[in-house]
Design a protein around this ligand. Sequence first.
Ligand code: IDP
Ligand code: MG
Length: 148
Amino acid sequence: METTYVMVKPDGVQRGLVGEIIGRFEQKGLKLVGLKAMVPSEEIARAHYAVHSERPFFPGLIKFVTSGPVVCMAWAGRDAISVARNLIGPTNGREAAPGTIRGDYGMDIGYNMIHGSDAPETAEFELGLWFPEGVMDWNQTISQWFYE
Ligand code: IDP
Ligand code: MG
């Protein structure tokens, strides 16, 4: 079992895509173990995207992600990190395949609505950053019908 950090970015919230996005993760069979909304501080945004701090798009990215509410989620399941990345699709919405969230709703590389952790180490770091209080441990009774 893995847990991954997923976040609807301000463009997704502004566009009213929160329910649609959460629904896709639920229908896939991932288990919701954390959910909250906030307007990110510059500090948390910079920490989250620290790996990109030298990139030319970094200042714009920080301005974008702190511009309004984001929805922070933690989803658990077998291979949850890659399952979530596959639901999300590649970074550029114009190149993302239909059926993925970015492919179905996005036209941009920066305004791409959603974030998902890309590896176990980043998931651990991001979950600790956005959910310092921890995530929920609960028994999803229906999960017996998602895994043989
Ligand atoms: P990812 O979200 O698909 O993992 P990354 O390459 O890790 O993509 O980039 C992090 C975020 O930075 C992207 O989701 C996007 O919002 C933004 N970003 C990435 N590349 C560009 C760019 O070339 N221009 C503007 N924003 C970008
Ligand atoms: Mg990334």
